[in-house]
Ligand binder design. Structure first.
Ligand SMILES: Cc1cc2nc3c(=O)[nH]c(=O)nc-3n(C[C@H](O)[C@H](O)[C@H](O)COP(=O)(O)OP(=O)(O)OC[C@H]3O[C@@H](n4cnc5c(N)ncnc54)[C@H](O)[C@@H]3O)c2cc1C
Length: 414
């Protein structure tokens, strides 16, 4: 049986960082990766541009993770967003902050970020074994036994960084959850997060291809009082109509409220297409424009506010035929138009599921892990980092930062 001081399982963001840090400390470290190349999700990320982190301080990151945030304090203190950027830049990859606060490589090439991480790994002295899936982990005298497709190994410490189970083609098939449960850990139920939302409504599908850069969306559940639905999540940002329903950053950010719901078909996605405009001011503006437009088509006025195809849909939903003249629009119809623009309700049928989710919510329960070290409270020598943990942040570089920070801290402690 081969002996190692540290074995890291899974060569994604968390594993590459954990393995480098452990080896830099002089620990004899082996990184095992199932696929032929490590870092597949890094290459896919941010539209292959890799949004590696966000221009926020530690407190901003902690807040973005909500109730899970405090767990990240020590990890972010060990490797915060500034240190992460310094580390990537020290490998010769310049970064830039976009107006949204998202940080990307200046080259817009995710492969440059991966190359930086691999250069760091190589220098650290860590041994990387690819195309070698781990099959099982079990406690063993003074450490853990790791069985791969090729050999049996023993290590003083094992860091589990196998990721979630979304985009399984990337190698992240959820193997680590099974081992963690076998080793006594609680797995908080898994569900897709940052995932496109589906709708069966023909009018929604007919809008395929339309992008709205600034929309306010809410996931609403009906309540006993029909006029007061319950808001499960809200976000503002861009939305894209697609052949299956809707996607885009604002939609992805609220999607966990849909995938975590027992009856997603009861939900609607309410979209305020003009979030900076007040309803009554908008109605007054319409009245004025309709008066001025006279015999011109009412549709032309709606199309000043939203793209033409969407304007047609809104006009139909509000009961205005395509031939309706502006001067003929009644007060009631104007109000309907405003309601449709401010409260466009998209019926939800579900989500595209794990296959198309950017993230897996749920995972290894945080209260069973020491957040100062990332070590299991149940099995000494077992460490966790990255998406395998019950942690899911919003879109915008937060999830990579969490993976890098927890990976670094695990490598520092193992
Ligand atoms: C399309 C897409 C775009 C994204 N864009 C962004 C973005 O721009 N910014 C951002 O912050 N986040 C983004 N994310 C989320 C981000 O990719 C994850 O948060 C991050 O990859 C998690 O890192 P990880 O190391 O924990 O897991 P992963 O990156 O999933 O790595 C896990 C690794 O473990 C390996 N593995 C699994 N099982 C085994 C086994 N049995 N034996 C050996 N190895 C194994 C896998 O092959 C994989 O290499 C995106 C995700 C997707 C899917």
């Amino acid at each position: 049986m081969e002996d190692w001081e540290v074995i890291v399982i899974g060569g994604g963001a968390a594993g590459l960082m954990a393995a480098s840090r452990a080896a830099q400390r002089g620990r004899r470290t082996l990184l095992l990766e199932k696929k032929r190349r490590p870092g597949t999700k890094i290459l896919m990320s941010g539209g292959s541009r890799c949004n590696l982190t966000h221009a926020l301080d530690v407190r901003g990151f902690v807040e973005a993770f909500g109730t899970q945030g405090p767990f990240l304090h020590s990890a972010l203190a060990a490797l915060g967003p500034e240190q992460l950027v310094d580390l990537i830049e020290a490998e010769g990859v310049a970064t830039k902050v976009e107006p949204t606060g998202k940080i990307f490589p200046v080259s817009d090439r995710a492969e440059d970020v991966l190359a930086a991480l691999l250069a760091q790994l190589r220098r650290s002295g860590c041994v990387l074994a690819v195309d070698e899936p781990v099959q099982s982990i079990a406690p063993h005298s003074a450490g853990l036994k790791v069985v791969t497709s090729k050999r049996t190994l023993r290590a003083e410490a094992v860091i589990l960084t196998t990721g979630g189970q979304s985009y399984p083609g990337s190698g992240s098939t959820g193997d680590g959850y099974r081992w963690s449960a076998e080793l006594g850990h609680t797995i908080v139920p898994l569900r897709p997060a940052l995932v496109p939302i589906t709708s069966h409504a023909p009018w929604v599908l007919g809008l395929q291809g339309i992008t709205l850069p600034d929309v306010s969306v809410q996931v609403l559940e009906p309540s006993d009082d029909a006029s007061r639905p319950i808001c499960l999540a809200r976000q503002r940002g861009s939305l894209l109509f697609a052949h299956f329903g809707v996607t885009g950053p604002a939609v992805l950010d609220v999607s966990r409220a849909v995938s975590g719901h027992a009856q997603p078909r009861r939900l609607v996605l309410r979209c305020d297409l003009l979030p900076d405009r007040k309803a009554d001011a908008l109605e007054a503006e319409f009245q004025e424009e309709c008066r001025e437009a006279g015999r011109r088509l009412a549709l032309g006025i709606v199309a000043r506010y939203v793209p033409q195809r969407l304007a047609e849909t809104v006009a139909v939903q509000a009961g205005l035929g395509p031939e309706r003249r502006a001067a003929e629009v009644s007060r009631n119809e104007r109000q309907q138009l405003v309601t449709w623009l401010k409260q466009l309700d998209i019926p939800i049928s579900g989500t595209l599921g794990f296959n198309k989710a950017e993230l897996t919510a749920g995972g290894v329960a945080l209260d069973e892990i020491d957040s100062h070290t990332m070590e299991s409270r149940l099995l000494p020598g077992l460490f966790f980092a990255g998406e395998i943990l019950d942690m899911d942040g919003p879109i915008g570089g937060y999830n990579f930062q969490a993976a890098f920070s927890t990976g670094w801290l695990a490598g520092e402690s193992a």
